[in-house]
Design a protein around this ligand. Structure first.
Ligand SMILES: Cc1cc2nc3c(=O)[nH]c(=O)nc-3n(C[C@H](O)[C@H](O)[C@H](O)COP(=O)(O)O)c2cc1C
Length: 312
């Protein structure tokens, strides 16, 4: 059993692929994704100019997940256009997804426009879970700014599906407020969730925090965040599932985790921390575990699973 998935006019050969961030920054890493069982090649969030990011140590794995403060290190979007051109030649059947980040509205607009015109990129994921102006929260926590930015983005012409990477919301009022904004635009999908921000992990042996940048606060992924991710997938599925696809991301490390994300309402899923920990072998393993699990449960199609959480 395997299932293809569709986002707009783009067909994905399966429902599991990588999230933006881990192992998708360099051309070598992107080629490894192309050669893997990942159903797409998602590229690292890229900005108008290259960024070296934050000082080391900036990524640490622990038993329950990972903490990072990479600082959006990337080669600049023009390089990702070049990488996409080479990747498309080598992997013509795999969708290539560009993840876009900016530090002002003009940045986002320039990148959306240029990627819309780039024939080798199939799908755009706009990362709204990133810093805005100093003193303001990340864009997706600022509903007015999100609305203004989306209004501008959707005036740019182009026929590529555009989706958003969202941070976790922790209060139903905030989730509902964001859903009201998103309803206004022809968004193809939302990816829930980006890492849980502003967290601190302490090593009791060394009595030190694990990472150096930004007062040692970092972004959390892995087991720690799965319940938060599932709650966000479920809430947005209920609020927006009839209008756009929900892509689940957060805490997936085996086939059962994929199943749970689908039950909550995701129709595809992305892998982050597990990819960094295990490398690209995780795709084949998790795909196999997932399909065995659903087959053993008697399902004949993933559509029977998506959103069908048996509510109490
Ligand atoms: C090292 C690292 C770098 C990341 N960089 C990005 C990024 O550039 N853009 C983005 O949208 N998400 C980024 N993320 C967040 C992941 O894509 C993902 O949303 C998050 O880690 C939750 O998934 P997980 O539990 O599978 O790790 C990063 C995560 C990690 C661990």
């Amino acid at each position: 059993m395997t299932f293809t998935a569709q986002i707009g006019n783009v067909t994905f050969p399966d429902i599991i692929y990588n999230s933006s961030g881990p192992r998708c920054t360099t051309p070598e890493e992107l080629v490894a994704l192309g050669n893997s069982e990942s159903s797409a090649i998602m590229m690292k969030s890229c900005s108008p100019e290259p960024r070296t990011g934050n000082p080391e140590p900036r990524y640490k794995e622990v038993e329950l997940g990972s903490i990072n403060s990479i600082g959006l290190a990337n080669h600049g979007y023009k390089k990702y256009i070049e990488y996409a051109t080479d990747l498309k030649k080598q992997f013509p059947d795999k969708p290539i997804v560009a993840s876009i980040v900016g530090f002002c509205h003009e940045d986002f607009l320039q990148l959306v426009e240029d990627f819309q015109n780039e024939p080798n990129v199939d799908v755009l994921e706009v990362n709204l879970s990133c810093p805005n102006v100093v003193g303001k929260p990340q864009i997706a926590y600022d509903f007015e700014t999100s609305d203004e930015l989306l209004e501008k983005i959707f005036t740019i012409s182009g026929n590529k599906p555009i989706g958003l990477k969202l941070p976790p919301y922790f209060d139903p009022v905030h989730t509902a407020s964001m859903a009201e904004v998103l309803k206004k635009y022809p968004i193809s999908f939302i990816t829930c969730i980006n890492s849980v921000g502003n967290t601190l992990i302490i090593d009791p042996e060394t009595e030190q925090p694990l990472i150096a940048p930004k007062w040692w606060l970092g972004w959390l992924g892995g087991d720690y965040v799965k319940p938060v991710a599932l709650a966000n997938v479920r809430a947005f599925y209920k609020l927006l599932g009839d209008r756009m696809r929900i892509i689940g991301c957060g805490g997936i490390k085996n086939g059962v985790d994929v199943f749970e994300h689908l039950l909550a309402g995701a129709s595809m899923v992305q892998l982050g921390t597990v990819l960094w920990k295990e490398d690209v072998e995780c795709f084949g393993r998790i795909q196999k575990e997932f399909y065995e699990y659903v087959e053993n449960k008697g399902y004949t199609s993933v559509d029977e699973v998506i959103g069908n959480l048996k509510e109490l």
